[in-house]
Design a protein around this ligand. Structure first.
Ligand code: TXA
Ligand code: MG
Length: 329
């Protein structure tokens, strides 16, 4: 297992010698390495078991540092960065040659963000290189929102995890770039569309995977638990599991089922707060995934605010179970 602590000097030393470190951000934990060191970047892909066609996000301490490795920032994206960095926003910008093909999977753009977490920001400010950091989970699984999540899955492959507590946002960053002169959103995330449109006006949302070469990592079955995960009308799904004598657990929103044991239901936000639901989502999916049941049942949340990004993750988690409940389990 990795050592877990709050020691920035330890993290800095390891990163400077080409090692990887688990780092906290406000969205999810990252698996960080020196973005200018091709060996460290290669290690990231190996540790995550990530295909090389899925590019990484580069993290820096401030907007000023972005020009170290990008050619320019379009005006609209600059306005977004000014307003929302540090924060759950990733920008796709034209890269300079000092960013290797490995980081960008050969694309001309590089994904960049300034995370809003005091430990991550102090660490970044202490380094003289930016950090490449994908979410610190094995490829395709649910992203980690606690240091323990990172340790449980990648702990035997990395020396250190910087512990910054529970991630405050709980969903990955929103990915935004320019396409045909229009601000385009490639991944829904912790910064909602209304917040973006309040700065740059109407945006194009293009988050569908296979038809979207710009975000090759947005595969449908991302964020998937190992157990069958079924989306639908919760009440109906519950009734049908009960009548078929299936064991199940429920991921709900603002709902409680008197007929189900407490231990088998997790409510993302009893008060109906979408930000709270986002913060709880991945930890809840992990907890349900480790329960001794044959299927996880869930339903979509309201399509507003962070509800849109939450629903995106729920749909992806369920993407392998198109047959619904009758998928063998
Ligand atoms: O919140 C986050 O963004 C977290 C924390 C650690 O910062 N990171 C994260 O990284 O979610 P990852 O690797 O799990 O997701 C990065 C996504 C992938 O879907 C990838 O395809 C996309 O960013 N991406 C990276 N570079 C890109 C590029 N140049 N063009 C299009 N998509 C890109
Ligand atoms: Mg990821």
């Amino acid at each position: 297992m990795a050592a877990i602590g709050k020691d920035i000097t330890t993290a800095k030393g390891l990163l400077e010698s080409g090692e990887l470190v688990g780092i906290p951000t406000e969205t999810v934990y990252g698996l960080a390495g020196n973005a200018f060191d091709p060996d460290a970047v290669a290690k990231i892909f190996a540790v995550k078991d990530r295909p090389s066609f899925d590019p990484l996000i580069i993290h820096t301490a401030s907007l000023h540092q972005v020009s170290d490795f990008t050619t320019h920032i379009p005006d609209s994206l600059f306005l977004l960065a000014k307003k929302y960095w540090p924060g759950p926003l990733t920008l796709l910008l034209e890269r300079k040659p000092n960013i290797s093909d490995l980081v960008t999977s050969g694309l001309d753009t590089v994904a960049v963000r300034v995370p809003q977490h005091p430990l991550a920001l102090s660490l970044l400010a202490s380094l003289d290189f930016p950090l490449a950091a994908p979410s610190a989970n094995p490829f395709g699984y649910i992203s980690p929102t606690q240091a323990d999540h990172v340790n449980a899955q990648l702990g035997d492959k990395i020396p250190y995890i910087l512990d910054g507590g529970d991630c405050k946002v709980g969903l990955e960053s929103t990915i935004v770039g320019m396409e045909n002169g229009q601000v385009t959103v490639y991944r829904l995330g912790g910064l909602d569309i209304d917040a973006i449109e309040s700065v740059v006006g109407r945006v194009v949302v293009k988050t569908h995977s296979s038809s979207n070469p710009k975000s090759p990592g947005m595969l449908k079955s991302h964020y998937a638990p190992k157990k069958p995960f079924v989306l639908g009308n919760l009440k109906e799904l519950v009734n049908s599991c009960i009548s078929e004598k299936k064991t199940f657990a429920v991921l709900s929103f603002k709902k409680h089922f008197a007929e189900i044991p407490e231990t088998q239901q997790l409510d993302l936000s009893p008060t109906g707060d979408l930000d709270e639901a986002a913060k709880n989502l991945f930890a809840a999916m992990r907890a349900l995934d480790s329960m001794d049941v044959s299927v996880i049942l869930a339903e979509l949340l309201p399509e507003e605010g962070l509800g849109r990004a939450i629903n995106d993750r729920l749909r992806r988690a369920a993407a392998d179970n198109k047959q619904g409940l009758h998928h063998s389990s």
